[in-house]
Design a binder for this molecule. Structure first.
Ligand code: LMR
Length: 394
């Protein structure tokens, strides 16, 4: 039966990681996949995670099943982390999922179950897997303009004008913070305007929040979700703990729904349970158990937030360092967008040929659309990247 299959197109992020691993050059620079690295280039286990794992190992007495929707202590803690007290608890429901990707998949299937003909609006550009998941689930999608390549900021007028065409039954997928791949983000005023537009036009916002705490701070990065939640009757959120708890391979995510009534919220939760059951039956426990322990233990939570904050501040220092280095070398302020952007990524605006030369001739790996992972840099990396960018005429 397998002869009928076609070779799938490579995932551009994972293909780049494979090419980087295969490159024998010692001074190669990995600015590809979105994984945080410290100054020494290591992706360490956070102190609070190590301690929570130690306690889990000592205290855990069973490995029996939890439930298709996971651990309710985790779900409640995640709702608190993301929504704060912006929405009434009786209209909110959550289901633990295997990573942010699992949460996205679950919620896309929930949309398909509720509204088979729904159109999901995606930002152009967006994380490539958004399209992949929608295609696989069988949902239609359209795109809305998001990024202005000239200013490297959000082109809000163009975005708003496209979303004015979205209506009831449509879903608008938004990046909660730290937009992937551009690094350009919506302001609180933009979020308020989108909330008003959603109410006016009747579309359902769907927020993918995978980098809470990497942009302007844990609370600040959740502002978009909270502004929407205070106004709209219903919305969806896919949250990931991969980056802000650095538990990438443990697959920790949470699918959340705000419904128009407690009864509709119960329906959403029951259907999330069914969809989890037919997809993965039960989510993996370990990473989510560690996250729940951290969020519910004041001492561990304080330590986690402090370590996360130091990661955030390091990325900001790298951003200003790179913008300063390019300004000094070129006498131009055309790179200041790097310091304005937030999160792990910035879309540089280099041509595909420049990206290829950077990889082939200089061993500098970035995604083909010229997305760089700022957290892949360190002081020496800033020098290398600056020199390589200038050498390719960027
Ligand atoms: C990325 O965009 O690099 C990350 O979200 C990792 C991934 O799975 O693509």
């Amino acid at each position: 039966m397998f002869e009928t299959l076609q070779t799938p197109p490579p995932d551009k992020i994972l293909a780049l990681s494979a090419a980087f691993r295969a490159d024998p050059r010692a001074d190669k620079l990995d600015l590809g996949v979105g994984v945080y690295k410290d100054e020494a280039g290591a992706t360490v286990i956070l102190r609070a995670v190590k301690e929570a794992e130690r306690r889990l190992l000592a205290a855990q007495s069973t490995k029996t099943y939890v439930a298709p929707t996971g651990d309710e202590a985790f779900n409640a803690a995640m709702l608190g982390l993301v929504f704060g007290d912006a929405a009434p608890k009786d209209r909110l429901r959550a289901a633990q999922a295997p990573g942010g990707g699992g949460a996205l998949r679950l919620l896309c299937e929930l949309i398909h179950r509720a509204e088979r003909g729904a159109t999901v609006w995606l930002s152009d550009p967006t994380w490539p897997n958004h399209q992949g998941i929608l295609r696989q689930v069988g949902l239609q999608f359209r795109t809305y303009p998001y990024f202005d390549p000239a200013t490297r900021d959000v082109d809000y007028d163009a975005m708003r004008s496209a979303l004015s065409e979205a209506g009831p039954g449509d879903v608008v997928l938004l990046h909660g913070c730290c937009h992937n791949p551009t690094g350009a983000n919506l302001t609180p005023e933009h979020w308020r305007d989108i909330a008003a537009l959603a109410v006016d036009r009747g579309f359902t916002p769907f927020v993918d929040i995978a980098y809470q705490g990497f942009g302007d701070g844990l609370e600040e990065d959740a502002q978009g979700v909270r502004i929407l939640a205070a106004s709209v009757p219903e919305m969806l959120v896919a949250a990931s703990c991969s980056k802000n708890f650095a538990v990438y391979r443990e697959r920790v995510g949470c699918a959340m729904a705000l419904a128009a009534s407690p009864e509709a919220a119960d329906l959403a939760k029951a259907n999330m349970g069914l969809l989890a059951r037919v997809n993965w039956s039960m989510p993996p426990d370990h990473g989510a158990a560690a996250v729940a322990m951290i969020l519910n233990d004041p001492e561990l939570r304080t330590d986690w937030a402090a370590e996360l904050e130091s990661m955030r501040l390091r990325m900001l220092t790298l951003r200003t360092g790179l913008a300063d280095a390019l300004r000094a070398r070129t006498n131009s302020d055309g790179y200041d967008f790097l310091a304005r952007h937030r999160g792990m990524f910035s879309l540089l605006g280099a041509t595909p040929e420049q990206v290829e030369t950077l990889r082939e001739a200089h061993g500098v790996y970035m995604i083909g659309d010229s997305r760089i992972n700022i957290a892949g840099l360190n002081a020496a990396g800033i020098d290398r990247l600056t020199q390589a960018l200038i050498a390719v005429g960027f």
